[in-house]
Design a protein around this ligand. Structure first.
Ligand SMILES: Cc1ncc(COP(=O)(O)O)c(C=O)c1O
Length: 419
């Protein structure tokens, strides 16, 4: 959870008052701090790169805004893409195909062909995918996603690495996959696993690295192939709650790279952080439009809901909320912060002690940069909101607010129904 600068009780982001941004661009509004984005990338990258050659594949599913991707392209990041849409988005902002690793699940032939066509390496998820890929193209470098039987994450829905998960090739069968790839004239160069998203402890990362080293060593012993990289996936959590501790990424980098250096001949360490890089760079600004007391409960009604940020409704996730025009003021009352979506689950924050709220106040939902905008929807026919990038007192619009026309654009009413 980030602490923001404050000026006369007003919260500042990138040197600009949040209120000024809300007035200029409207609400709801995602505001991303470019400086924080660059800092997060450098921090995670240096934590590992000081020990051995690395590749940071930013998991762009967390936030695919073109400007965010441009910043990370400039920083030298690589990409973890999970769809052809993500691949093409990243190519559009300047990532070259060799900087992208495609890790799909349940991938169609059409999508496989398209990814091959772009020259992007595929991280194979199943035997069936392997055979379908070989039928499309041979001679290509590939890696495999193994199910490591190690899972971690902030919610069951985002734990991916446990036995019988829908992702990856079972550990017991992974050597058969490498053998078959060689027989099919593909060139295995890597091994990958992703244990889940938003984990807060180091141990599962140690366990998964052990598993991947084990696979790499068996590939070398049994097939005579020294893999180029071990990819531990993403999943590094951030402290959303004031009581949570930040994961020590310097320590994580030191431990995991030492394991690879000491116990394998693999030359490159790859990781796929999404949340770690973007989550705390962004706040969701939302205007207080109603205040209600009912059945002994007080609600602050705001103009952002789970159509903008679904994490609280989907995963019961905690996002810290502040009233930006009374930033730093003492809490006075307990509120639920509720949005405009017509479902009782549309609560952004439950039971929060805040300064007394008034109509017209502005709130900020913190740490909304990962799986915020990318998971937003037009539910209730609400156009998606705008996004702004701020740095050094400058604010640039990086996504225009949608209109109802955007919501309706692809819908058609058959002529016969118009009579
Ligand atoms: C294959 C893969 N890599 C990386 C990530 C990024 O995870 P996180 O944002 O928790 O770092 C995900 C998230 O689901 C993923 O599926």
């Amino acid at each position: 959870m980030r602490i923001f600068e404050e000026d006369n009780g007003q919260m500042l982001i990138g040197g600009i008052s949040a209120e000024e941004l809300a007035e200029r661009f409207g609400t709801p509004l995602f505001v991303t701090d470019e400086f924080a984005l660059r800092l997060n990338y450098r921090r995670i990258s240096q934590a590992f790169s000081q020990h051995m050659p690395i590749r940071v594949h930013y998991a762009c599913k967390a936030n695919t805004n073109l400007a965010v991707l441009r910043v990370l392209e400039q920083e030298g990041s690589c990409i973890d893409a999970v769809s052809i849409g993500e691949v093409d988005t990243c190519l559009r902002v300047g990532f070259t195909p060799d900087r992208i690793l495609y890790t799909g699940v349940n991938v169609s032939d059409e999508e496989l062909e398209a990814v091959v066509d772009r020259g992007v390496m595929i991280n194979i998820d199943s035997f069936h995918e392997l055979r379908r890929l070989a039928a499309i193209s041979t001679g290509d470098k590939v890696s495999f996603r193994v199910t490591p039987n190690v899972g971690s994450g902030h919610h069951d829905k985002v734990v991916t690495g446990k036995k019988a998960s829908k992702f990856g090739i079972p550990l017991e069968e992974i050597m058969d996959a490498y053998r078959e790839a060689v027989n099919l004239d593909l060139v295995p160069v890597g091994v990958h696993a992703h244990i889940g998203s938003g984990g807060q402890s180091v141990e599962p990362f140690i366990e998964v690295t052990e598993v991947l080293i084990g696979v790499a060593n068996r590939v070398e012993e049994e097939l005579g192939i020294t893999l180029e990289f071990i990819d531990i996936g993403g999943g590094i959590g951030i402290p959303y709650h004031p009581d949570e501790q930040e994961m020590d990424v310097e320590q994580l980098g030191a431990i995991l790279t030492r394991m690879v250096l000491e116990d394998s001949n693999v030359g490159t360490f790859a990781l796929e952080p999404g949340r770690y890089i973007v989550a705390d760079t962004t706040v969701l600004l939302s205007r207080v439009v109603d205040i209600k007391e009912t059945g002994g409960k007080a609600y602050i009604g705001v103009d952002a809901g789970f159509n903008n940020l679904i994490r609280p409704a989907m995963y019961d996730s905690y996002h810290h909320v502040v009233i930006v025009n009374r930033y730093g003021a003492e809490p006075e009352a307990e509120y639920d912060v509720a949005g405009p979506v017509c479902e009782s689950g549309d609560i952004l924050a439950k039971g929060r002690m805040l300064p007394e709220a008034q109509n017209g106040d502005l709130i900020a939902v913190l740490d909304a940069g990962a799986y915020g905008s990318t998971m937003s929807s037009q539910y209730n026919s609400r156009p998606r909101c705008a996004e702004v990038l701020v740095i050094d007192g400058q604010a640039d619009l990086i996504r225009e607010r949608e209109t109802l026309e955007d919501v309706l654009r692809n819908q058609r009413v058959p002529e016969r129904l118009m009579q």
